[in-house]
Design a protein around this ligand. Structure first.
Ligand SMILES: Nc1nc2c(c(=O)[nH]1)N[C@H]1C(S)=C(S)[C@@H](COP(=O)(O)OP(=O)(O)OC[C@H]3O[C@@H](n4cnc5c(=O)[nH]c(N)nc54)[C@H](O)[C@@H]3O)O[C@H]1N2
Ligand SMILES: Nc1nc2c(c(=O)[nH]1)N[C@H]1C(S)=C(S)[C@@H](COP(=O)(O)OP(=O)(O)OC[C@H]3O[C@@H](n4cnc5c(=O)[nH]c(N)nc54)[C@H](O)[C@@H]3O)O[C@H]1N2
Ligand code: SF4
Ligand SMILES: [Mo]
Length: 874
């Protein structure tokens, strides 16, 4: 029997939008490899894309609709939702309901959600997690260009001579794009500068790292603009296509570059490099967007590119890399509360009339709806009485997450569409609707460089799960708009979306894919990756090289900007700036990546990175737990002492939740401060106080089944053998053997134990018919154990589990660094020293590490570097 042909699709994670080839195994599994024909990745995948096959199982999936915790059928669930929405609107008006959606929805899903809320319910109360992600860029683009247009393409990163990464950890967050950049650097010597308060994996291989003071990007780029002018590097011809240079320059000259806290020599070197390199691309991401001055940061960067005319030509331009797989598609359909559809403006009566006519909609809102943070404020104070959350987890990821969680819990009617019921948000829903997941659904996504790619189904829809567009359309029909929501396929929706973009094109807007409006089912099925615009007159390419912009006069705007410090609260009582962000191998709230043992091995526990001197001042030792606190909330995290953190700043990852580590919900600490223009929250500059968390006991556990923890601190991760967990508590139980049986949910298990009550030490191994069900290791200080070894034992006959380390003849590989080939740090150090491996490629040749997806290459380089430094010091 020959295998069925591979199915082309797109990775569901980051905005790079890599093409994948899927091969179903016939038993519900999928083999996944990079698509060599996709222009974004040309066959490459990062660690997350490579592990997609480990995340498609049905374990934990929501498979039937549920009303008030009871399984039911679609008719019952949707009739109930339609009735509650209708009643709420009838009693309290259309603005008493809201949708909170996601940049991970497919364009077709998103289009239907936006049409239903803005066109038919008649409210603009639809906002999206893109508010937490891309809103400042959208605002900055619109202010400068008159439209939300990404001018360049990925090729520009390869054709540039200088690439500046501002607030972007490209190595971990857009790994395949970073690999493309590093390959270009090898081929043509591209220079790389990283502008980030902390030293990240993206700094390995960079020429210069500018550790600027948090929130000081406007001061930095204002200084650059003033220097551009002083050096005579402005482009007078291009400036005729812009307005505002004089005011922008006056503001820039008045700025104090000392606000950046940077070494003047480094600052001067950066300006020289930027000014002296025509082919310069400035990449920016959440260090720019997620700020109370986010839109100004964006415009400060755009100012420099406009002043020099370095935009829209090969190898030059500002480049916003988008986070989510369809952040761009969401902007195209107008999914934000202040946008219409097809990049049309909600506040433009002509645009409104055109969309209303096209949709044959009863009413269109005249004013913007509530932006994410305000939307949940309105949920909290009862203005919003019916809420539908689709494909996002706001109880974890919004600022002030504990208060948001409480507001959702108190909302009279909450609907959640998800692929699992085990999320902090889904647990609060009155109605849960099961959506088909990546791999099961069909539609399109647009990546950071405007390339529209198809996601295609390779697996059947499990249980009663339905695609998000289908659920939304069904609700539209049940609310009385049968004709407007009479969709039978995503292809039909895509055609309508493409036709509407033609109307926008008629208004002279950038987003025009009208040439795809006639796509038939076969054409949609076969649609290859296509960069917009796609109209009768335009095909892909770059924007703005010709100096034509989308403001009514056709010109761009430079803005006069001044540095505004992050909005902080707490003062001297909260002396640390809390920076937050991502780690290499997890995706947001981990509902997918957390299922993969390989991905969970990289960093298995939430942490707080802190400078060793700050930790010393506070009496915090490595591996201690730290309590982080401010007026908004608190968290408990594991301390990692590291000089990559500047003094006075700490960093924590965003990924842990009530499901995986309830004390590590980091947004519990982020106050609801937003950028005044974009409404995007300041997610990277909360002020916090720290102190050592005094635990009475610390524990480590491994288990075949999901344990049931309730201690003050716990963090759970998947392993090939089941689970591993870190624990800590404030009161010691009387009997550790019984406690182990309770926590590991094995009340009947046989126990082997070593107990030393006087010193507070306990080791308990639980067996059933000779196989290890789980084990618990406890001490009064953080327990030192060979965790990676112990994590492999559950399910085996391991009699030596109590020893806490492998038998003497079995070397301990150490924490996994290369997820693809499961290579641990100890194995690497040993091989590097024994075989004199000099570079990352040599490591790959010897151990395979780093030779598949390449995501760990920056860490391999850092390891080599630190060994070299150690040797030099010896
Ligand atoms: N592995 C992984 N990849 C992802 C995701 C994921 O969850 N996991 N999520 C995706 C999504 S949705 C997004 S939005 C992107 C985000 O991608 P990135 O923006 O690259 O990621 P972050 O870690 O949020 O933040 C980037 C950097 O901003 C820095 N920063 C903080 N404050 C400042 C400041 O004031 N100025 C400057 N210049 N820098 C600052 C932080 O130190 C951090 O290193 O990643 C996408 N890719
Ligand atoms: N402090 C701090 N907070 C942040 C950030 C930060 O850097 N710092 N970053 C912000 C950013 S940039 C982002 S993008 C957000 C991300 O935050 P969220 O969007 O809230 O996080 P996700 O885990 O991506 O949530 C996606 C949800 O959709 C579900 N899901 C998966 N597939 C499907 C499907 O096909 N259909 C449906 N209906 N559901 C599905 C998943 O199970 C999961 O529950 O977090 C933001 N919050
Ligand atoms: S870089 Fe990685 S996560 Fe992003 S789209 Fe490509 S494979 Fe997926
Ligand atoms: Mo994002």
């Amino acid at each position: 029997m020959t295998a069925a042909p591979e199915i082309r699709s797109t990775c569901p994670y980051c905005g790079v939008g890599c093409g994948v080839l899927l091969q179903p195994d016939g038993g519900g599994g999928l083999a996944v490899r990079g698509d060599p024909a996709h222009p974004a990745n040309r066959g490459r995948l990062c660690s997350k894309g490579s592990a997609l096959g480990e995340t498609v199982g049905l374990e934990g999936r929501l498979l039937t609709p549920r009303v008030l915790g009871r399984d039911t059928d679609w008719d019952t669930a949707l009739d109930h939702v339609a009735a509650r929405f209708r009643d709420t609107i009838a009693t309290h008006g259309p603005d008493s309901v809201a949708f909170y959606v996601s940049g991970q929805l497919l364009t077709e899903d998103y289009y239907v959600a936006n049409k239903l809320m803005k066109g038919f319910i008649g409210s603009a109360n639809i906002d999206t997690n893109s508010r937490l992600c891309m809103a400042s860029t959208v605002a900055g683009h619109r202010r400068a260009f008159g439209s939300d247009t990404v001018p360049g393409t990925y090729d520009d990163l390869e054709e540039a001579d200088l690439v500046v990464l501002v607030g972007s950890n490209l190595a971990w967050c857009h790994p395949v794009l970073h690999q493309r950049l590093l390959a270009a650097r090898k081929a043509r010597g591209t220079q790389i500068v990283v502008i980030d308060p902390r030293r990240t994996a993206s700094c390995d291989g960079a020429d210069l790292h500018l550790p600027l003071a948090p929130g000081s990007d406007v001061a930095l780029f204002n200084h650059l603009l003033a220097e551009i002018d002083r050096a005579g590097a402005v482009d007078p011809d291009f400036l005729t296509r812009t307005e505002g240079i004089e005011a922008a320059l006056a503001a820039a000259r008045a700025e104090d570059p000392g606000l950046t806290g940077l070494d003047p020599g480094d600052l001067a070197a950066f300006c020289r490099m930027w000014i002296g390199t025509t082919r310069v691309v400035t990449v920016f991401s959440q260090g720019v967007n997620q700020s109370s001055s986010g839109s100004d940061k964006v415009n400060a960067i755009l100012n420099c590119h406009l002043a020099t005319g370095r935009i829209g030509r090969p190898g030059m331009g500002p480049f916003s890399v988008t986070g989510q797989p369809n952040a761009m598609g969401g902007r195209e359909v107008g999914g934000l509360a202040n946008m219409l559809a097809a990049h049309l403006d909600l506040d433009n009566p002509g645009h409104r009339a055109a969309v209303q006519g096209f949709w044959q909609a009863p009413a269109l809102p005249q004013a913007p709806g509530l932006k994410a943070v305000d939307m949940f404020r309105a949920v909290a104070d009862g203005r919003i009485r019916a809420l539908w959350v689709i494909h996002t987890n706001p109880a974890v990821t919004l600022p002030q997450a504990d208060q948001v969680r409480d507001a959702i819990a108190a909302c009279p009617f909450v609907v959640v569409s998800d692929i699992t019921a085990a999320t902090d948000t889904a647990r609060l829903a009155h109605v849960l609707l099961p959506a088909t997941a990546w791999g099961e659904k069909d539609g399109t996504v647009t990546n950071s460089d405007r390339t529209i790619s198809r996601q295609r189904a390779a697996l059947p829809a499990p249980g009663a799960a339905r695609p998000d567009w289908d659920i939304l359309a069904e609700l539209g029909r049940r609310m009385g708009w049968a004709r407007a929501f009479d969709y039978a396929s995503p292809a039909e929706i895509f055609r309508e979306h493409a036709a509407l973009s033609g109307i926008a094109g008629g208004f002279g807007r950038d987003f025009d894919i009208s040439a795809l409006a006639g796509l038939d089912a076969a054409g949609y099925a076969a649609l290859p990756p296509t960069r917009w615009p796609v109209s009768a007159t335009r095909q892909g390419g770059r924007f703005f090289g010709d100096g034509r912009f989308y403001h009514p006069d056709g010109k761009a705007r430079l803005l006069a900007l001044r540095h505004r410090p992050p909005v902080t609260a707490g003062g001297a009582r909260h002396p640390f700036t809390l920076n937050t962000g991502r780690i290499r191998d997890q995706w947001h709230t981990m509902t997918r990546t957390g299922l993969s043992p390989r991905l969970s091995a990289h960093l298995a526990e939430p942490f707080l990175d802190i400078h060793p001197a700050d930790a010393g001042d506070l009496g915090i030792a490595p591996a201690d737990l730290v309590q982080v606190q401010n007026p908004t909330g608190r968290a408990i995290l594991r301390a990692r002492l590291t000089p990559v953190q500047a003094r006075g700043q700490v960093f924590a990852p965003i990924h842990w939740t009530g499901e995986t580590a309830p004390s590590a919900r980091i947004d519990a600490l982020v106050p609801p401060v937003t950028d005044p223009v974009s409404g995007q929250p300041e997610s990277k500059a909360a002020r916090v106080a720290l102190r050592r968390f005094d635990a009475a006991w610390y524990g480590f556990a491994v288990s075949v089944t999901a344990p049931a923890f309730d201690s003050a601190y716990w963090a759970l991760a998947r392993t090939t053998a089941g689970y591993r967990a870190e624990l800590a508590g404030q009161t010691e139980p009387g009997d550790w053997v019984e406690e182990a049986r309770r926590l590991l949910r094995a009340p009947e298990a046989e126990a082997l134990s070593i107990l030393d009550a006087a010193r507070g030490r306990a080791r308990v191994a639980l067996y059933h018919e000779g196989r290890l069900l789980g084990a618990l290791y406890v001490a009064r200080e953080p327990v030192a154990l060979l965790r990676d070894h112990l994590a492999t034992l559950p399910g085996t006959e391991a009699r030596q589990a109590l020893a806490g380390r492998p038998p003497a003849d079995q070397p301990d590989p150490g924490p996994v660094l290369c997820a693809c080939f499961n290579v641990g740090v100890n194995t690497l150090v040993h091989a590097i020293e024994a075989q004199q491996l000099m570079d990352v490629d040599a490591i790959g040749a010897a151990l395979q590490a780093g030779s598949n997806c390449g995501s760990c290459r920056p860490e391999l380089a850092a390891l080599l570097n630190s060994l070299r430094q150690r040797q030099a010091a010896e």
